[in-house]
Design a protein around this ligand. Structure first.
Ligand SMILES: Nc1nc2c(ncn2[C@@H]2O[C@H](COP(=O)(O)OP(=O)(O)OP(=O)(O)O)[C@@H](O)[C@H]2O)c(=O)[nH]1
Length: 606
């Protein structure tokens, strides 16, 4: 009270008012104590002690470890003060201080404990599978989350057990603590005594986080597993309707079962995915063995193997799918022509054989006729007969000559056609090889694809080793591309990619290359430029894009990109250069997009 009352009647009236307001029973001692407090006149030592009490309690509440023991001591001090038992307060206070000191030495520093927990969590252990660790950790958190000191102790035991590999660690005493302990959270915040809090957060906040995690994180991802998806939805509903902290405990039991199911499903998925990859590798091995000299098949198989060798990602699969569709379509067309040509060749050959057959027939007939003529010549009766015979013979010979000449011409024509067909087969095979080569090029934009990029980067790196000249690399990513797709459709997105690559190519020298690195990510390789020059090239490209608009439905759409530029350091792994550019591009995105960020490689040895 700032204005101290001086008139005894006013002080007495105020004292009575305060007794009623504070619900203090109006005993003579209480009246006297309050009167002293209001008047500000400390006539007896008890007034000083009572005035000190709130400060003392406040200080106790601010101690770092709000253990159940301390909270009990605080409530004992409050009770003693109510009973005006001032003499026992110093004893309780010294007990409380001793217990604080004891607790401090018993518990392990949280930061150290959590570091150890994370390390042990990641380490593989012969005794503890990941799911077993998860289960015991969940038990400890569930049962001791509200008792910081016990939690510290139990976690410490758990982590030590994991580290020792002692199988007993899985069986540490994780039963709930004795109920006489009041949860620390009850009194941890004197200003918010009713709100039970775990690690500083109200359980209601945890409930909300859990509902969101289930709805956004789980339900959405569990599409392929309807039962699990249903369980996640029902858990989210259950969590939403929880109205007390105990309700959360009950929910935790269901959550644990759900985790176990999830873990099993995940392991199963991993096995299926690795099984499929192995199967594909086996198939591709057999394809290579079967295809023999067919280099176009080998080219495609090499692409599949490239993809399988790296961790699968949606953008890689997308690239492969686009490339394959194009190749399959073109090969289908070429195969058709090839089949037709082979058919023609077969027809030629059978015609040739027919002709040979009929020639043999004709010559066979001629032999017969000659033999007949010889017999008749032998039996001829005179020159007139012979003259007659010779006339017939000459006639037949002329017919046969004509037959022969016709057969010969037909045979020559057939041979010419067969040679032409053979030439066409060779031509088609060359074309097929060219199509196979195209798997180095992104079919949509005409930029190099990942395979093409890997090859051209390797070539440029070899050139740097020979010439010692610089090589710069920029990674660029279109800004807000998802929005463009969503607002204008996927086809517009595709057209925008084609437009961007055209603008990029126009801005580059013939020695530079642009490759499609992912969906809307491109890599530009700029040999023989220093970093500042390469950054300027990228900035010029950004200016070009503001002049050469992308037209969609006759509407001008501005495409922008963010880029990271860096320099290849001789000897470093190519992926390191790309990662540095990627990180730098990410910085450009963070800084507001539509900008070029330059990443100087770290100084060697520094
Ligand atoms: N039309 C089309 N869209 C693609 C292609 N490849 C990837 N995308 C889409 O590109 C979008 C990329 O979105 P995000 O990764 O969220 O990036 P963003 O919207 O550009 O956002 P910022 O990178 O942060 O600016 C996704 O919607 C993909 O579906 C493609 O070949 N064609």
């Amino acid at each position: 009270m700032s204005n101290k009352l001086t008139n005894p009647t006013d002080i007495a009236r105020e004292t009575l008012k305060q007794l009623a307001a504070r619900r203090i029973s109006p005993t003579p001692e209480r009246y006297e104590e309050l009167y002293t407090e209001i008047s500000g006149i400390a006539t007896r030592s008890s007034g000083h002690e009572a005035a000190l009490l709130p400060e003392l309690l406040n200080a106790l509440h601010k101690l770092p470890r709000q253990s159940p023991e301390l909270l009990r001591d605080i409530s004992l001090i409050e009770k003693a003060a109510q009973n005006r038992d001032w003499t026992s307060i110093p004893t309780i206070l010294s007990q409380a201080i001793e217990s604080q000191a004891g607790q401090a030495s018993l518990t392990r520093a949280w930061s150290e404990l959590i570091r150890e927990l994370v390390t042990q969590w990641d380490l593989r252990s012969a005794h503890f599978s990941h799911s077993r660790k998860q289960e015991s950790l969940a038990k400890v958190l569930l049962n001791f989350g509200n008792y910081p000191n016990l939690l510290n102790e139990k976690l410490d035991a758990l982590v030590r057990g994991w580290a020792d590999g002692s199988s007993a660690a899985g069986d540490i005493d994780v039963a709930e603590p004795e109920t006489e302990l009041e949860p620390a959270a009850e009194g941890a915040k004197p200003s918010d005594a009713g709100a039970a809090a775990v690690g500083g957060l109200d359980w209601r906040v945890w409930r909300e986080l859990l509902v969101q995690a289930l709805r956004i994180g789980m339900v959405q991802c569990l599409g392929p597993f309807p039962e699990l998806q249903e369980e996640a939805s029902s858990l989210a509903l259950g969590a939403e309707s929880v109205s007390s902290e105990q309700g959360m405990d009950f929910l935790a039991q269901r959550m644990k079962k759900f985790w176990v199911q999830l873990e099993l499903k995940r392991e199963n998925d991993n096995r299926i995915a690795s099984g499929l990859v192995n199967l594909l590798l086996l198939l591709s091995d057999n394809l290579v063995a079967l295809s023999g000299e067919d280099s176009w098949v080998q080219g495609q198989v090499a692409v599949v193997r490239d993809i399988l060798a790296k961790p699968l990602s949606m953008s890689r699969l997308y690239d492969a799918e686009v490339g394959f569709k194009e190749v399959v379509y073109k090969q289908g067309m070429l195969r058709h022509s090839l089949d037709e040509t082979e058919e023609t060749l077969k027809r030629m050959i059978s015609l040739f054989i027919d002709r040979l057959g009929s020639m043999a027939d004709t010559t066979g007939g001629y032999h017969d006729k000659i033999a007949a003529y010889a017999t008749r010549i032998g039996g001829s009766q005179g020159l007139v007969d012979l003259q007659q015979l010779l006339d017939e013979l000459m006639q037949d010979t002329r017919v046969m000559q004509l037959d022969m000449a016709r057969s010969r011409e037909e045979l020559l024509a057939a041979r010419a056609q067969a040679e032409a067909a053979d030439g066409r087969v060779k031509e088609l095979e060359t074309e097929l090889r060219a199509v196979s080569e195209k798997v180095r090029v992104d079919q949509l934009t005409g930029a190099l694809n990942r395979r093409g990029f890997d090859e051209s980067f390797a070539t440029e790196i070899a050139r740097v080793a020979r010439s010692g000249k610089p090589l710069c690399l920029a990674l660029l990513d279109i800004d807000n591309f998802k929005r463009l797709n969503d607002q204008r459709g996927h086809q517009a997105g595709d057209d925008a990619l084609v437009h961007l690559v055209k603008v990029i190519k126009d801005a580059l020298r013939p020695t530079d290359t642009v490759s499609r690195y992912g969906g809307e990510e491109f890599v530009v390789l700029m040999p023989e430029l220093v970093l500042s020059e390469a950054a300027n090239v990228m900035r010029r490209m950004q200016r070009d894009l503001t002049r050469q608009f992308f037209l969609h439905n006759n509407e001008r759409v501005l495409i922008t990109f963010s880029a990271g530029v860096t320099r290849y350091v001789p000897g470093e792994h190519p992926e390191t250069t790309v990662e540095r550019a990627d990180q730098s591009m990410y910085e450009a995105k963070k800084a507001g997009k539509n900008q070029v960020n330059v990443a100087e490689p770290p100084v060697a040895g520094g």
